[in-house]
Design a protein around this ligand. Sequence first.
Ligand SMILES: Cc1cc2nc3c(=O)[nH]c(=O)nc-3n(C[C@H](O)[C@H](O)[C@H](O)COP(=O)(O)OP(=O)(O)OC[C@H]3O[C@@H](n4cnc5c(N)ncnc54)[C@H](O)[C@@H]3O)c2cc1C
Length: 388
Amino acid sequence: MDISLSKREIELARLGRDFFEQVLAPLEILTDEHGELPKEQRKPLREQIVKWGLAGINHSKEDGGLGLTMLEQVVIEEQLGRATNGLWTCVWRPPVSLRYGTAKQKQEYLVPSNAGDRRGAFAITEPNAGSDNNAVTTSAVLENGRWKLNGEKWFVTSYKASDFIIVHAHVDGDPAKPTLFLVDSNADGVVHLRSPKFMHNYAFDHAELRFDDVMLAEDRMLGEIGQGFELTKRWFVEARLQIACHTLGAATRALDVANEFAGGRVQFGRPIRDFQAIEFMLADMAVDIYAGKSMLYRLAAEMDHGLDQKIIHARASAVKLFCSEMAGRVIDKAVQILGGRGYMRESPVERLYRDIRVDRIWEGTSEIQRVVIAGQIKKRGLDVYAGW
Ligand SMILES: Cc1cc2nc3c(=O)[nH]c(=O)nc-3n(C[C@H](O)[C@H](O)[C@H](O)COP(=O)(O)OP(=O)(O)OC[C@H]3O[C@@H](n4cnc5c(N)ncnc54)[C@H](O)[C@@H]3O)c2cc1C
């Protein structure tokens, strides 16, 4: 079994690393101090992304994307994940659900999103519908050939940096008809309630929105009536893999920083790495990263070899669960190794510590991933995870 990376994959990883170091890293402190990426930085950054050849990372060439394999995407995203303050999100990944749109929808939404001219936010969560997606009460009713949308959505990431929202609603308020809709942000009746502050200072906001009788043309429905959950599931798979990529990148950066610090910091007359307490932490961090990276790269390669969609969904949960929890353990140890310096905001490990906490919550909490994994074991047997 040859599992070495190809020359192209190594080159793409290098590209991602260079982009992080030269373009994203210089924006980190600025973003943290400002609370989000300052507005005046956004256009120049978009231009850099296009110039570096990173526009449309997750879509086919026919749809204006780069046509990369999953493993090629993973090696780039892992390097972008080194960035603090969620700056990796600036390298857009237009929602995969757009792939299932009509030719007209693709021309209007997907192609310009791949070019960086448009950006879409995704809204499923509501005040009373978090882990339980079926509890969504946002409704869409067809009236005289137009959809009427009503409801409230929370935690809509990147709302202010987007010009459209993919909204998960129930047609006629019926949970058996979950359906996606394309809503332009400037449509009448789209009300921005607020964008609260969170533990991390992320590149963009997380908004609370209300839809008050928002009227949509009939062709703003994405996919078919009742297909919403299936399309959202595809989004979850990709988003969970992306979380695995950036948490892996974050953990690896924290280990780099801690490893270097442990070699240079002298206490009691010797480098602290010579104390076994410190060296064992470095060893545990390295092993955690080795395990997470192995899982992620294996799944990406399997996806490129046509793994069944249901097994992809099952394994994506495991990879997301492991990598997000692994990064929490690794970065916590990095803070400990750096001592007081690890608690300073100017240190990347302090920022990573704040950033990484949400990865156990969004795109399905750790508990929900365990629910999925346990369900898969019951349904398909242990081989989904323990077999090869
Ligand atoms: C910064 C941020 C950005 C986000 N961005 C978006 C976005 O862009 N779009 C969007 O739609 N949503 C977004 N979300 C929402 C996110 O996906 C939800 O927060 C998440 O799914 C959990 O839902 P909840 O917060 O309502 O928690 P709840 O579902 O209320 O869960 C509370 C607790 O109960 C546990 N729990 C719930 N059900 C079970 C169960 N069956 N078994 C065991 N434990 C259970 C959970 O694991 C958790 O610990 C974002 C959230 C955050 C924090």
